[in-house]
Design a protein around this ligand. Structure first.
Ligand code: ADP
Ligand code: MG
Length: 599
């Protein structure tokens, strides 16, 4: 039975599967592969999903739900006809149709799927995506991050060399940037950044606004989407009716898409029987998009800072999402980065193609190699603590910082706050807010402590978070009593719980304490002891460099650093008997030069 990969998008959704050594897209009865993520209520007919619903977005705004993915994980209600629907229920309707399309297309029953989600989705958003799939009759083999899917598609196209990518995913309503490292069979997301209100819709609005200005028509703000547009209250201008406005937005989007093939296009709109026109070309569109470009530039700065990287560290930038088709966007990125981005076929299908590759992996197809997709933890995980006893509210002490590579582990010692308290309750939260209570509460765990004056008793708290969204928290008091809790966004059976707990316990060992790395450090230290002068100093610097990498939490870098350290040990071993001058001209110096560049 086939496993399908689904890109459940904000604007469009689509599905792919693995066949004959490559991912293939699934088309509906009409041959369409893009399926609008829109649901609309049609009086007397019921609910419409997809293309038919999309046509009603502007004309029947009240009865139509679109872009609900933005509110996934919340209880926001969309009233369609007589009933209220949550984003999860609406997503379920989209998934159900995709499942039906796939069954029709593949002529077999589909029960299993991998679904892509934005890398920054939190536990609640992920678990609601899974629930939506369940309602649609699909069992989710795994949720994969959209940028990981894009990287998988890239590697299927360009081969599996080690490299660092920036995935630029510019869709209908959102822009997501991800810094991704690919090495061996591992695809690792190092950092993510994004804007939930920056997408193709905003470009349409800017074009429409430009059209109105050119023709003396009154521009009305559609909604809060376009932050850079201001409503103009010029009463001499002509107001548009709702259907004229809908036609204008459609006309703007069409013109934008036509510009992909033509150098110049014309927008034509009838208002109260009179025809208005205006021309659009690449240069005008570039000017129109300027406000958006400056926001994009800020996001680049943000992500590079989070990844502690520079533009020159990037091997390639890959463009994903429908809005990445725009020539002006490509031109802007080329100017920004000083090199051409990579376009993998049709940009709005790349994530689905990657999902199709992963579907092949999960179906255990032999013509495809297993890949390990790691994740970043998109939000900070922490515990509630108090700085002073008099504090009115507890603040969030971060245990696992956002953008940490998963799986990851961290340990922190906490001391007692009150005299003779006989227990500590550790309250666990997810989020970026200062006060603990303003974050998402995940669970709590208690442990007894020996009653002593405040500050004299302590507990160690271990946090381990893995790629399946499982958070394992273990607490241990000074007497060695331990307690643990496993928090998950999915329902687990007893035996699964036990298995996960064992796996997570293994992960609790940070790289600096792993046997292999400890041994390398010991050996290096031995060489340090046995040498003098400049050589000793250089080995000392190397040890320091290596230890810093082991603490960095960046698995790709750690793998490389371990490799280098092994070479270093081997080199020291070989040159032990050689003359000192030779050693100074040797590889050690080369390594140290590299070090000063890297850190
Ligand atoms: P999402 O990931 O948000 O579901 P997509 O990646 O499918 O969305 O992108 C949808 C956006 O892409 C829409 O704003 C649409 O106008 C835009 N788009 C689609 N085709 C083109 C094109 N040829 N040129 C420019 N923009 C396009
Ligand atoms: Mg998308």
């Amino acid at each position: 039975m086939a496993v399908i990969g689904i890109d459940l998008g904000t604007t469009n959704s689509l599905a792919a599967y693995w066949a004959d050594g490559q991912p293939r897209l699934i088309a509906d009865e009409c041959g369409q592969v893009l399926f609008p993520s829109v649901v609309s209520y049609i009086c007397g007919e019921g609910l419409a999903v997809g293309t038919q619903a999309k046509k009603r977005i502007l004309t029947h705004k009240k009865d139509t739900a679109a872009s609900f993915k933005r509110f996934m994980g919340t209880e926001k209600k969309y009233r369609l006809g007589e009933k209220d629907y949550t984003p999860m229920e609406l997503s379920a309707m989209v998934l159900e149709r995709i499942k039906k399309n796939a069954e029709y297309f593949l002529k077999e029953e589909i029960e299993e799927a991998v679904i892509t989600v934005p890398a920054y989705f939190n536990d609640k958003q992920r678990s609601d995506t899974k629930k939506a799939a369940k309602i649609a009759g699909l069992s989710v083999k795994r949720l994969i991050n959209e940028p990981s899917a894009a990287a998988l598609a890239y590697r299927t196209t360009y081969g599996e060399k080690d490299l660092t990518l920036l995935v630029f995913d510019f869709g209908g309503g959102t822009l997501d940037l991800s810094y991704v490292e690919c090495f061996d069979n591992i695809i690792e997301i190092v950092a993510v950044a994004g804007d939930n209100y920056l997408g193709g819709d905003d470009i349409d609005q800017l074009i429409a606004k430009y059209f109105c200005e050119e023709n003396g028509l009154a521009w009305k703000e559609n909604d809060a989407l376009t932050q850079n547009c201001r409503t103009e209250n010029n009463s001499t201008r002509i107001d548009l009716t709702i259907s004229e406005y809908a036609a204008l937005m459609q006309c703007a989007e069409d013109a934008k898409c036509r510009l992909e093939q033509e150098n110049e296009v014309e927008l034509v709109l009838e208002v109260s029987g009179k025809t208005y026109t205006s021309k659009l070309n690449q240069d005008i569109l570039f000017e129109i998009c300027m406000p958006l470009f400056s926001r994009i530039k800020k996001l680049f700065i943000h992500i590079l800072r989070d990844a502690q990287a520079r533009v020159s560290d990037l091997d390639d930038l890959i463009m994903v999402g429908g809005s990445s088709r725009l020539t002006v966007v490509k031109r802007f990125l080329t100017e920004l980065l000083g090199k051409e981005p990579i376009v993998l076929g049709e940009t709005d299908k790349v994530v689905a193609m990657g999902a199709g590759v992963y579907a092949g992996i999960r179906a255990r197809r032999e013509d495809i190699r297993d890949m390990l997709l790691t994740d970043v933890c998109p939000f900070t995980l922490g515990v509630e603590t108090w700085r002073k006893k008099s504090d009115l509210q507890g603040y969030l002490l971060p245990m696992i910082e956002r953008n940490s590579t998963l799986p990851t582990s961290h340990c922190q010692r906490l001391v007692t706050m009150n005299d003779y308290q006989d227990g500590i309750t550790v309250r666990i939260y997810q989020g970026e807010e200062y006060y603990a209570k303003d974050n998402l509460f995940l669970g709590e765990i208690s442990i007894p402590v020996y009653p002593k004056p405040a500050g004299e008793e302590w507990i160690d708290v271990y946090f381990t978070y893995d790629i399946n969204g499982l958070l394992y928290v273990e607490v241990a008091n000074a007497q060695g009593i331990r307690n643990h809790i496993l928090l998950s966004n999915q329902e687990l059976s007893r035996s699964e719980l036990e298995r996960y707990r064992k796996e997570m316990q293994k992960l609790m060992i940070p790289p600096i304490q792993q046997e292999e790395n400890k041994k390398i450090l010991e050996e290096l230290t031995q060489y340090y002891h046995n040498s003098v002068g400049g050589q000793r100093e250089q080995i000392g610097l190397f040890i320091n460099w290596f230890a810093r990498y082991l603490h960095s939490g960046r698995r790709y870098l750690i793998v490389q650093a371990v490799e280098k350290a092994k070479q270093q040990v081997q080199f020291l071993e070989e040159s032990q008997d050689r003359a000192e001058e030779f050693l100074f001209d040797g590889e050690l110096n080369v390594l140290l030069e590299e070090e000063s560049e890297e850190y």
